[in-house]
Structure formats: C-alpha cells, structure tokens
Design a binder for this molecule. Structure first.
Ligand code: ARG
Length: 276
C-alpha cells in the first residue's frame, strides 16, 4: 500500500551524473507521488479489524499467503472485495482453493503471531461485474467467532463519514511503491473522502474506469502521493471509527488526479447482513 515513490531518494543516492540522467530522461512525472512518502506502519492492536486474506497454496508461504485485505464487521463476519475471489486474481475458481484463510492480529506476515481462521462459508456478490466493477463485495464467514471488539461498525447511508473532506485511513499489506514491492507489515495512509464529482471526472466511463457513486466512494489527495495499491484490495477505509469503504480499484496508484475507488459500504450493508 500506500505508496509513494522513493524515486527521488534513489536519485539522491546515486552519483550526480546518473541522477541528472534520470531527471532529464524520466517522463514527466505526476509530481506529488514522487516526493511525498505515503503510508506509515500500523499495528493490528490499533486496527484489529484489519485482516489479511490468504492462500499459501496459491501465493506461497513467505507472506503467509496474503493476497488481499479485509475487515471484520461481526463475530464471524469478514468483508473483502469480490474481485479478490475472481479467477483473474486466484488463477482458478475460489471454490477450488482449499486453504482460503483470514489472518487476524498478524502485523508482520513473515511471522506466526495472530490467528489464522479457516472459512465456514464464502459469498461473492453475484451482481459484481468485472465490467464497471460495481458491487465489489464478498462476505467470508469464519468457522470460529472472534471477540466482539474486533469488529468495526459499518457506516450507514447519510453518515457524516461520507462527507467530502473527512480524513480517512486505509490499511493494508499491499504494494508500497507501485512496482510490486509488497509490504511485510501492516501499513496505513491517511487520505480524504473526495466528492463523487472528482472520481466522476477522473473515471467517466473510459478505459481508466467507470465511477458509480451509488456503489463506490472516492478517496485520495488532490495531488496524489498517498493511496492504496495492488494487494490492498478488500482492505478497510475508515472514517470516524466507521468502515466506509473497501479498497477496490484505481488507475495506477497515488497519482495526482487519479483517486482510489472504494466499495461504498453503506450501499452493501444489506447484502452483508443477509450473507454474514
Ligand atoms: N485492484 C487492486 C487490488 O486488487 C487495488 C487497487 C487500488 N488502487 C488504488 N489506486 N487505490 O489490490
């Protein structure tokens, strides 16, 4: 997650001539994302509802098999993104993945602390369309209940937390640089809830995406520099202590004018209640 690039730092560390060459030959950057450091470390004790969704069989042992994020919303209920369970991500039907797990309380995926929960049930929103990516929600039911304080409350329709300008925190173990560098330890970044109009003009239904305010919420910074990225999908966006979104998609990561798009939790709360 939560990148922003260390390119400038790298440039400073190499000899001047090489640095100049980089500066002179690099394509015009979306400036902000090259000079602002995005996320910072978080700890699962402060964000116990931030969980990893994992399969060692598919993604290997190194990072506990983590491939997406999720959020605990009830004793046995975890929400994640529908696209996390797609054939595109898993390389096969999720029903054929025998070791899907939710990992709770593990800051560092290289370690063994926390608890790995097997799943009793999986529900993937059948209305999720890969096309415009609306309704990007899946419900994972844990085989064993977690203590109630692990759960975060979901924001409802009209919640103040959806007001543009509200500071919002996104959590995940995803890409920190936008180049396939995945975090070992949980990270968070503070962005802001943005007006729907910002994402509607960034993603008007062209090749970069199709923003649908009914089922999505827009968040980021006007100049970019902080954002979720690959591997953060399904993870929580939190405002005023409520879950407002799940990491869903975006064009690139942390680029100016290309905010993050999140599943609007208030729009799927009914589905979560029905399938949790
Ligand atoms: N689709 C990505 C994933 O599967 C999440 C991308 C979020 N991108 C963004 N710029 N906020 O992990």
């Amino acid at each position: 997650m939560l990148r922003s690039s260390r390119s400038l730092l790298t440039a400073l560390a190499v000899p001047l001539a090489a640095a100049l060459a980089i500066v002179l030959t690099a394509p015009a950057p979306a400036t902000a994302d090259r000079v602002v450091i995005g996320g910072h470390p978080a700890r699962t004790v402060e964000a116990p509802w931030a969980v990893a969704v994992a399969s060692r069989a598919i993604f290997g042992d190194k990072r506990s098999g983590q491939f997406c994020g999720g959020a605990v919303v009830g004793p046995t209920t975890v929400v994640t993104a529908a696209h996390c369970l797609s054939g595109g991500v898993l390389g096969k039907d999720w029903r054929d993945v025998r070791d899907l797990k939710v990992i709770i309380g593990r800051n560092d995926l290289r370690k063994k602390d926390g608890v790995e929960y097997p799943l009793a049930r999986v529900w993937v929103n059948p209305a999720y369309e890969g096309d415009n990516r609306a309704g990007d929600i899946a419900v994972l039911t844990l085989g064993v209940a977690v203590p109630a304080p692990y759960a975060i409350r979901m924001a409802g329709t009209g919640d103040q937390a959806y007001q543009p300008g509200e500071p919002a925190s996104v959590y995940g173990w995803g890409d920190t640089e936008g180049d396939g560098t995945y975090a070992s330890s949980l990270r968070t970044a503070t962005v802001r809830v943005l007006a729907d109009s910002v994402c509607e003009s960034a993603y008007p239904g062209n090749a970069e995406g199709d923003y649908d305010p009914r089922s999505m919420v827009c968040a980021g910074l006007p100049d970019g520099g902080r954002d979720a990225c690959q591997g953060d999908s399904g993870g929580p966006l939190v405002v005023r202590g409520r879950l407002v979104g799940l990491v869903s998609w975006g064009s690139g990561c942390a680029m100016a004018g290309r905010p993050g798009v999140y599943t609007r939790i208030s729009s799927v709360a009914g589905l979560v209640a029905a399938h949790g």
